[in-house]
Design a protein around this ligand. Structure first.
Ligand SMILES: Nc1nc2c(ncn2[C@@H]2O[C@H](COP(=O)(O)OP(=O)(O)O[C@H]3O[C@H](CO)[C@@H](O)[C@H](O)[C@@H]3O)[C@@H](O)[C@H]2O)c(=O)[nH]1
Ligand SMILES: [Mg+2]
Length: 285
């Protein structure tokens, strides 16, 4: 697979050894189809792994030996989805960079279309789970996950016109990525961060409806810490995008949500239980 690399697919991965082979082979199979708008030889895949030590490195080495243009970066001093994506973008050879999850929830068959949607005028491509052509977003999801997903989306409405900045399946042109300064790389929402800080206007966004799959192997790493990080990221982005007054109003709104939540959860607790739970047990992000 020689020739210029125009497209880089960045895959943040933590303990995803069993998903990497199907991911890589399905992406290249989709690119090798006769109707693919992008050819396999133009594409590299970069897995950014946070020292999973679960055999991911060996899987990628085997795929390389079979001729797939894939490499793995193993980070040992940093952790977190968003910072892994940024690291991948920094290492990418292609001018068109796509981010997708390792766990096959972002279907590999959409990759050619997502890559081809980027151009000098379409600086950002977003896989969206909303609108016509998208599969049912939350089929099979528990209620709490649906509420979190929709709540998170609504809170970002005033920051971008993109229909689904939370999908995690998105691409950005290198020149736009380089424009974004002072990125907050904590948590999961790097797409929203880039949409705001690279100042992507609505007419520069291409949207591709897709059906969000179910994870069949490994575990989700989205925990309450990720949600708290998202709220603080939102606050910062409101501050960045608007004047302090609107950010302050948003802070009050968040405080109100918090109070309602405390009230609702407290009413389900015994009278004596004024303090609940210890610290989070999620991975540091
Ligand atoms: N390198 C690295 N990768 C990570 C880390 N945490 C998660 N990942 C990788 O990031 C991808 C998404 O993580 P999941 O744990 O599968 O998250 P999810 O709950 O399915 O959330 C996904 O879907 C959401 C939409 O419902 C998205 O909002 C979110 O960004 C993500 O794409 C997976 O490939 C996972 O291995 C980390 O600390 N480090
Ligand atoms: Mg997932």
């Amino acid at each position: 697979m020689l020739g210029a690399i125009d497209y880089s697919v960045i895959v943040p991965a933590y303990r995803e050894a069993s998903n990497l082979r199907p991911l890589v082979t399905r992406i290249f199979a989709a690119l090798s189809r006769i109707d693919s708008p992008v050819s396999a030889g133009q594409v590299e895949i970069i897995v950014v792994d946070d020292n999973s030590r679960d055999g991911s490195v060996e899987v990628v080495q085997a795929l390389q030996q079979e001729g797939y243009n894939v490499r793995i970066i193993v980070r040992t001093t940093e952790r977190g989805l968003s910072s892994a994506v940024v690291r991948g973008f920094q290492e990418a050879q292609g001018d068109n960079m796509l981010c997708m999850d390792a766990d096959l929830q972002h279907p590999p068959e959409y990759v050619p279309q997502m890559l081809a949607a980027m151009s000098p005028t379409k600086l950002f491509v977003l896989g969206t789970r909303y609108g016509s052509g998208a599969g049912a977003v939350d089929e099979g999801w528990p209620l709490y996950r649906r509420i979190i997903s929709n709540g998170a989306r609504m809170l970002a409405l005033a920051l971008t016109s993109a229909s689904d900045p939370m999908s995690g399946f998105f691409g950005i042109r290198k020149e736009a990525f380089l424009k974004a300064k002072n990125l907050n790389t904590s948590g999961f929402k790097i797409a929203l961060e880039l949409l705001v800080k690279a100042q992507i206007h609505s007419n520069a966004i291409a949207e591709v409806p897709f059906a969000f799959g179910l994870r069949t192997a490994g575990e989700s790493k989205l925990d309450s810490k990720v949600m708290r990080l998202y709220l603080s990221q939102l606050l910062e982005l409101y501050w960045y995008s608007y004047n302090g007054l609107i950010a302050f109003a948003f802070l009050l709104f968040l405080a109100l949500i918090f109070l309602v939540w405390r009230y609702l959860t407290a009413s389900n607790e015994p009278m004596m239980a004024t303090t609940v739970q210890g610290g989070g047990h999620g991975r540091g992000q």
